[in-house]
Design a binder for this molecule. Structure first.
Ligand SMILES: [Ca+2]
Ligand SMILES: [Ca+2]
Length: 240
């Protein structure tokens, strides 16, 4: 039994990232205006029942980018997703959108702010499992030819290819859809792409990723629709 438990722990760790600094944290409250009970989260939580906080979150105070999912396992079953990014940003979720979160995770480096990273998600609107990188990748492991949405952090562009080992058709994405500036002048940059089909990428075809822009196809997109945008952060609701 002990071996089994340990094994489960290792697999779980591989499915998420654990923060070791202040790059990503969220205080989640069960009442609006950062009132009531709260919990501090710094890691991925695939099921908030385990934290005794399922369908409880009404407001948050956070740094970095966090995704809040209506269902467990990052919406293994289809549902809403809230995205929130910023530096010491507070968000009151609207009444009708409160008390729905059943899993959550952060996006980007676990260690430092604004590191050059890319994350490819299995489903659109950042759902399902993910593949995370801070460097070139000749394939995306189990998510090779599975990617349906992408988030970039930091300042570097990345080239995405439909073949393994940087072959096939390609395009460049920049982390330029969103930018936050903190009170000390810290900056966070994001490229938030909820559906690869909107970028001209065929769904489930991403085979490799390379740092820098190595393609003549450079994607330009409209800013992501947000519920709120301010100097130090923004947030929005994505519906499946
Ligand atoms: Ca829920
Ligand atoms: Ca997919």
């Amino acid at each position: 039994m002990k071996v089994l438990a340990l094994l489960a722990l290792c697999v779980g760790a591989a499915l998420g990232k654990a923060t070791r600094g202040n790059a990503a944290y969220t205080y989640a409250y069960n009442e609006p205006g950062m009132n009531g009970f709260y919990q501090l989260f710094t890691d991925y939580v695939p099921n908030l029942l385990t934290s005794n906080f399922d369908n409880a979150i009404s407001s948050v105070y956070q740094t970095g980018m966090w995704l809040y999912y209506e269902n467990v396992e990052y919406n293994q079953a289809s549902g809403r997703v809230y995205w929130v990014h910023g530096i010491e940003i507070s968000v009151d979720f609207p009444q009708e959108y409160s008390n729905m979160c059943s899993s959550l995770k952060f996006v980007g480096s676990p260690d430092y702010m604004n590191v050059d990273t890319w994350t490819v998600f299995e489903g659109p609107i950042f759902t399902g499992s993910e593949y995370y990188g801070e460097a070139d990748a000749a394939n995306l492991g189990s998510l090779t030819d599975q990617g349906s949405s992408i988030i970039l952090t930091g300042t570097s562009p990345w080239t995405f290819y439909d073949g393994n080992s940087w072959t096939g058709s390609s395009l460049c994405l920049y982390p330029n859809t969103d930018q936050d500036t903190g009170s000390q002048g810290q900056v966070l940059n994001y490229g938030i792409y909820p559906d690869v089909k909107d970028l001209g990428i065929t769904d489930n075809t991403i085979g490799s990723v390379r740092k820098g822009c190595w393609s003549k196809n450079v994607v330009k997109v409209e800013p992501l629709k947000a519920e709120y945008r301010g100097r130090n952060g923004a947030w929005g609701i994505l519906e499946p």
